[in-house]
Design a protein around this ligand. Structure first.
Ligand SMILES: O=P(O)(O)OC[C@H]1O[C@@H](O)[C@H](O)[C@@H](O)[C@@H]1O
Length: 477
């Protein structure tokens, strides 16, 4: 179905001609380490948020651009990345399931994927969850309505206010009606709703919004370590001890840019956040670093890119992941399954209580039986697809940097109240740490694309399989 934008000039009419709103002060911890050199509005996603290209180091030198090729060589001085753009464009071409506001009666998808569905509400009431763990309207009544970080507001597109627990929360609104919410604490995207209101992500009812514990749900960022490491049961090889999933998910990030009028369609809305080392991080991982996390919202697509910079004098090793919680109908229903992992090898943490086992995934579909499922699939195809049990599918594409896919469901014993409601499909660089040289940058990107029930029905499984095959033929960057 072709999409006709209601008003072509909407961003302009809403006063969004500036494209990117840029922080005048970049306070990352006490000393100001970088200043923005030139952030300008450009068309095309790859440039639009390529913030590190415009950041200079204290000596006035631009960061060297750098990537890691398939043979693990790190290359530098690469301006732009045609391969990344090609893959990005391929991922964008998967949007054959576009919905229009007229498709609202396809609320079946919304009703089942949405966190507001009846099933969820009933369980939620029964659990009588403490408001600390609730991110619903009840909490937002208790927090200030006042706008936060006004310099990053773009009317109708980007706002930042107090969310659950009073924590700053950015809301991105696409002209199509899709919405994403991002908590600055942990740079966690807690909500991604398609134009018909369907919630793609999942936040656990036991999630804390206290600014101390990581938010359990949405898309927590794991850095500088996926873990577990050291002597912990099931530790991955060569990973030192550190708190599970590192510290990036339990620190407040700062906003460095917001933008609208971006992307291939010219309507994407984006936000860029930043985290640098401080005394807390140095105490457990003694390296200087800068992370830039860019969230870019399209109509039925969410792009998340994590850039790691090493401004220090020595190389550092790290692992990283975007720990995406995807909402599903009922994990034990066989209609909930993952495709795209056949013939890959994984570290299976569920096979033995203390030892890591290696397993080959021979079956086409990954399904769930109510027990713990916890596997790190290594060197996966760039795109995997999660059929969420309603007819709709969520594609998770590793378009840059990430090489592995982690699949996790805690099972009924660990989380009886809500294990049925989600599957984590995590884009990661987990099995083999990156060793990032001094002054180098590592870039990664995950793209989540929603295929509506209609698209799946119309195109049938065969076409989706062909689509994924096409996507997976692309060489990883
Ligand atoms: O509860 P957390 O710390 O968010 O971690 C949840 C799970 O995250 C997954 O990524 C891991 O593979 C699991 O082993 C882990 O239990």
């Amino acid at each position: 179905m072709s999409r006709v934008w209601p008003t072509q000039g909407i961003p302009h009419q809403l006063g969004c001609t500036k494209g990117l709103a840029v922080s005048s002060e970049l306070n990352c911890g006490a000393p100001k380490r970088y200043t923005p050199h030139k952030l300008q509005k450009v068309s095309g996603h790859a440039q639009a948020f390529d913030i590190q290209r415009h950041l200079s180091d204290p000596r006035g030198n631009r960061f060297r651009r750098c990537g890691i090729d398939s043979s693990e060589r790190i290359f530098g001085h690469r301006r732009g990345c045609p391969e990344k753009q090609r893959l990005t464009s391929l991922a964008a071409s998967t949007q054959f399931g576009k919905q229009t506001p007229d498709d609202v009666e396809s609320a079946k998808l919304g009703a089942i994927l949405g966190v507001n569905d009846e099933k969820y509400d009933e369980e939620y009431d029964e659990e009588d969850v403490n408001t600390d763990g609730d991110y619903s309207e009840a909490d937002s009544e208790n927090v200030e309505e006042e706008d936060m970080y006004p310099e990053f507001h773009i009317p109708g597109r980007v706002s930042i206010d107090a969310g659950a627990g009073g924590l700053p929360r950015a809301t991105l609104t696409h002209v199509s009606g899709s919405v994403a919410e991002v908590y600055l604490f942990g740079a966690n995207v807690t909500s991604f709703r398609t134009p018909n209101g369907a919630e793609v992500l999942y936040v656990r009812p036991d999630a804390a919004f206290d600014g101390v514990k990581p938010i359990s749900g949405g898309i927590p960022i794991c850095f500088p370590q996926f873990g577990p490491g050291g002597d912990s049961p099931g530790a991955l090889p060569a990973v030192p001890a550190m708190q599970q999933h590192g510290f990036a998910r339990n620190l407040a990030w700062e906003v460095v840019a917001s933008g609208s009028d971006l992307g291939y369609g010219g309507h994407d809305v984006g936000l860029a956040l930043r985290l640098c080392d401080n005394d807390y991080t140095r105490a457990m991982w003694d390296f200087p670093f800068e992370l830039i996390y860019e969230v870019n919202l399209g109509e039925d697509e969410l792009r998340c890119s994590l850039t790691v910079s090493n401004p220090g004098e020595v190389a550092f090793p790290f692992t990283a992941a975007l720990h995406t919680y995807v909402s599903v109908f009922d994990v034990e229903d066989k209609k909930v399954n993952l495709v795209g992992l056949q013939d890959t090898r994984c570290y299976d943490k569920a096979m033995h209580p203390t030892k890591l086992r290696v397993r080959d995934q021979t079956e086409e579909l990954v399904t769930f039986d109510g027990g713990l499922y916890d596997s790190v699939f290594v060197d996966t195809a760039p795109t995997v697809g999660l059929n969420v049990g309603t007819g709709a599918s969520v594609l998770v594409s590793n378009t840059s940097g990430f090489t592995d896919t982690v699949v996790w469901n805690p099972g009924k014993e660990a989380m009886p109240g809500w294990y049925r409601d989600f599957v984590c499909v995590e884009s990661g660089r987990v099995a083999r740490p990156v060793k990032l040289p001094s002054d180098a940058i590592w870039e990664s990107e995950m793209v989540i694309t929603v295929l509506s029930e209609e698209a799946v029905l119309i195109n049938e499984e065969q076409e989706i399989a062909e689509l994924m095959e096409g996507l997976n033929e692309g060489e990883r960057v």
